[in-house]
Design a protein around this ligand. Sequence first.
Ligand SMILES: [Ca+2]
Length: 451
Amino acid sequence: MPSTPSPTFLLLLFLLLLHHLPLTHSTLNTLPAYTLQPPYTLPLQTNGVWHTSGYTSSPTGNFLRLTTDMPSTKGGVWTTSKMPPLGDEWQVTLTFNVWGGGEQYFGDGFALWYTEQPSLTGKVFGARDYWKGLGVLFDTYDNGNRQTQNHPFITVMSNDGTQSFIHGDSGIQSGVPACHSSFRSIFKATPTKMNPPLSQSSTVIVKYHRGRVTVDMNLHSSDTWTRCVDVEDVGPLGTAQGTAQGTGAQGKNGGYYLGVTASTGDLSDHHDIHSLTVSSANAPAILSTVKTHAEMIAKDYEESKGKEDVLLEVSSSTPVPTTKENGGASDDSDEIHAIVEQSGVYQKLHLIGQEHDVKIQNIKDHLSEQLKGLSAHMVRMLSKIKQSENDILMNIKHVETMGHIEINDALHLHRDTTHWVWGILILLLVVVVVFGCAWKKYQLVKKRHIL
Ligand SMILES: [Ca+2]
């Protein structure tokens, strides 16, 4: 971030920001100081606004992992102090992934809290029971119906400190609004596959408006938003009147603590938080002020510099000229710098850049998974080929062994047969010679008698 960006540069930043701002939440302004977004390092670099607890980690820096897929863990991320008063209309947008190797049984889940006190541990998804405030509970394990799991369920529970969240009761507490929502992904080892892929994270928007709480879900980066819960007459939730400063300002009528917690029990899952944004109608609408000041300062700056290459100038760290004509501009520039920093322009641009990084990382992860799957397949194929080769060699050896025995037997038999034949032949030869001699002698005797 340049230390002394020029007014024109600020104006360009502002216009770029306006281009990227969601138009659907025009009445709500973001409190940038309370935004959670990658890259993450622990401890969190959020000027002390957020802190993590328990098993929370950030293996890649692209998300906060509240729990890993291992039993009996708890993790969370909470605001260090109470939120500024959010007024009677505010919302929290949370992007996340819940996933693990369990195909039928998994748990326990996570929760988004807006409560009077933070809670770093407890039996309700890593936070304590009997809380005061709002809990949006993402329950992935049906404690009460273990034969036919019907979860995950999302439950909205406003509590005055006297109610207990019941894990049993078929997993859905009587009288407490809830909806079924398949926000979980399953990792299958064989074949290696994530379904749905982790690149398709889910997003929930929890909105409070004058006692009405709505929960809207976008599952796995789809094009569809689904109204999950819509409940009226939710009690006051730290909504005392005042002006949210968006910079951690406190007041005796301040709001509640905001937090996200997760837990695992006998069953487990990864609970990953990608980003969190808080918006409030009570937050100062400083963007229009920024625009007015930015336009004014940019105009003065342009007039003072003529038609030079402004973009080239502002890209350098050259300070804004402080001539007599621009003295007022310099003061305004400091003011606009402060306002822009408070408005979260830099943070928003940084977020845009990070979103691209996250998408690229997701593509890399996806390709890596595909490669791993292909590699595993190749290893299995090579193993089968090797096994077939061994079988063939064994068969050849067996045939050779069998053939050797038969040939030896044949040769042996042949030798035996030959030996017997030679005896007969010699005997016949002797008989022939004797007969020949006898015949010759007979002829001589016969010839003498005739003569
Ligand atoms: Ca449960």
